[in-house]
Design a protein around this ligand. Structure first.
Ligand code: ATP
Ligand code: MG
Length: 301
């Protein structure tokens, strides 16, 4: 595919699932099984496009690194078995590991609980020139913690600060953080992998059937499924409360893994290619220095 066509395709796909203004956002308007204009039979062609996309991504990342001005933060959130790990693995497969860091945030430790809710994530923000990936993030603080209020109790917040407004306040704090980051050259893009309850069941069962996948399944995962509705409401309000132009959410259909990966790749390519990345140019003095260096090397000194 021509480079321009690939970038156009990425742009078109990214646009379709991007939410930049959460007002009136409704999760039910997004179908987890959607595959845009692509059909199941086009899967091989789609996979070819993904491979090309991964190459383009790798070139863009090299320039990001060399230019050393922008940082990129990609945040992934989803229900269990929606395919976060696979999407991260496939989309970032061509990227030089030196330019990319992945952090997974699990249930917080005692030390982490002794701090404000974003503390542990702020320590992991990407430096300039790098892509940082959060596999779960401070958004869990408006999801699992909201669905299970006892987790909020464990945070030992002063009681007068825990009011019914706490979730709205957290959304506001997150919006402010992300706006601060974008003003500092950190590009923030957030991905909600939207899987249906039916497809999650199918994947859980296949994990139980396949010895190589069994380890991925836990009683806790099955238990969280019982709170499906509460989670969907929490996700909806999270997207409603924290979608901005600077830090948009992508609501990505996750019932078909091949399609999920294409859209994630498209959104990352679209974000990076909008940055006008280029390799640093040397001025005349710099060029002269290199020419001298070449002469020295050739003399064998
Ligand atoms: P994943 O399910 O993302 O593939 P995993 O199965 O390897 O990861 P788990 O041990 O399931 O990892 O850890 C993730 C769990 O940690 C999730 O259930 C998540 O809700 C929980 N978690 C993450 N952040 C928080 C938080 N701030 N407070 C409470 N629980 C959290
Ligand atoms: Mg898990």
């Amino acid at each position: 595919m021509r480079r321009k066509d690939l970038l156009d395709l990425a742009h078109k796909l990214a646009n379709r699932y991007r939410v930049t203004d959460g007002k009136n956002f409704r999760l039910r308007d997004f179908d987890p099984a959607d595959t845009a204009w692509l059909k199941e039979e086009q899967k091989p062609a789609a996979n070819d496009a993904l491979r090309e996309g991964v190459e383009v991504l790798s070139e863009l990342q090299e320039m990001l690194y060399a230019q050393d001005r922008w940082a990129v933060l990609l945040i992934f959130q989803a229900m269990d078995a929606a395919g976060k790990d696979g999407a991260i693995k496939h989309v970032m497969s061509g990227v030089n590991p030196q330019g990319c860091q992945v952090y997974s945030f699990k249930a917080p430790s005692n030390e982490e609980l002794d701090h404000d809710f974003m503390w542990r994530c702020l320590k992991c923000l990407p430096e300039r020139g790098r892509i940082g990936i959060f596999n779960r993030s401070y958004y869990e603080e408006t999801l699992v913690v909201r669905v299970h209020p006892e987790l909020l109790q464990r945070q030992r917040l002063p009681p007068e600060l825990v009011t019914r407004k706490i979730w709205k306040e957290r959304f506001e704090d997150i919006r402010n953080l992300e706006s601060y980051l974008s003003r500092n050259g950190v590009i923030v893009r957030k991905f909600f992998l939207h899987v249906s309850k039916k497809e999650q069941l199918r994947r859980f069962l296949s994990r139980l059937d396949e010895p190589a996948k069994k380890w991925k399944f836990s009683v806790a995962d099955a238990k969280e499924r019982e709170y499906w509705k509460e989670y969907q409401d929490a996700y909806e309000q999270m997207i409603e409360g924290t979608s901005t132009k600077d830090a948009p959410w992508y609501v990505i259909p996750a019932d078909n893994k091949w399609f999920t990966r294409i859209v994630v790749a498209a959104a990352v390519i679209d974000a990076l290619s909008s940055l006008d990345l280029h390799y640093p140019k040397l001025d005349e003095a710099g060029e002269g220095e290199l020419e001298q260096l070449r002469a020295t090397l050739l003399r064998g000194d």
